[in-house]
Design a protein around this ligand. Structure first.
Ligand code: SAM
Length: 227
């Protein structure tokens, strides 16, 4: 394992152990979580709902194909939605054992037996070419150390016409968020530079995908790309 990935893995092992705190922020539901969403991420309650809608905009409510979610993290946002996708074949990948354990616990509580969890590196996915109908990536690409490998692997495993969608952090939208990312998330290994701006992300995705739709709320970009 490279040093950069070791640092990320160690950082997320800690988050996995404190998954209740993390989940409270991701769902904007606990007192501290909502405070962090407002102060560090600049998201009002209305902004948070926008972020959530962007995160899942690429996956239709009756999606029934083969879906890869990477990274699944604790799955606190995505797994409840999978309850309605009973005909979909869903694979959830993450590098951190502790995050995966938290996700598996959520899946068990939600009675979701049709999901497969795998520990793996997004830069070296254990799947053949062109087998997925969709790849969902919520807040992953700002964390991944080898972003080019992550982009090319998620593209490789998608079928022609498949959807790559999700959200990620973008810089230069909110000075407080950028300060927090640089001095906390980056330093502790939760995020790995370089980071995109809204414009550079759009250009990057347009070089890879045929059709690209980008939206943004504060420091988060939502993307839906068609291969
Ligand atoms: C900010 S969390 C996002 C997780 C989840 N999608 C969410 O919204 O809660 C980033 C996740 O990326 C995972 N990760 C970091 N590097 C990875 C890699 N190379 N391959 C797969 N997952 C990775 C971490 O373990 C962590 O769970």
């Amino acid at each position: 394992m490279k040093d950069e990935q070791k640092k990320i893995a160690a950082a997320y092992e800690t988050v996995g152990k404190l998954s209740n705190l993390y989940d409270g922020m991701m769902t904007n539901s606990s007192f501290l979580g909502r405070l962090a969403m407002k102060i560090f991420w600049g998201l009002s309650d209305a902004d948070y709902l926008k972020f959530l809608s962007y995160a899942f905009a690429g996956i239709s409510e009756n999606f029934s194909g083969k879906l890869l979610e990477v990274p699944v993290g604790t799955g606190v946002l995505s797994l409840p939605r999978y309850k309605n996708l009973r005909d979909a074949e869903i694979f959830c990948v993450d590098y951190s054992e502790k995050m995966l354990t938290a996700a598996k616990n959520h899946a068990e509580n939600l009675n979701l037996p049709n999901i497969k969890f795998l520990r793996g590196d997004v830069g070296n996915l254990p799947f053949g070419d062109k087998i997925f109908d969709a790849v969902l990536s919520i807040n992953g690409f700002h964390a991944f150390p080898n972003k080019n490998a992550a982009y090319s692997e998620t593209f490789r495993i998608l079928k022609d016409g498949g959807t790559f969608c999700g959200t990620k952090y973008i810089k230069n939208q909110n000075a407080v968020t950028d300060f927090f990312v640089k001095n906390f998330c980056e330093r502790l290994g939760y995020f790995t530079p370089p980071f995109e701006t809204l414009q550079s992300l759009e250009l990057k995705l347009k070089k890879i995908y045929g059709a690209v739709k980008i939206s943004s709320v504060q420091s988060f970009a939502g993307f839906i790309c068609r291969k």
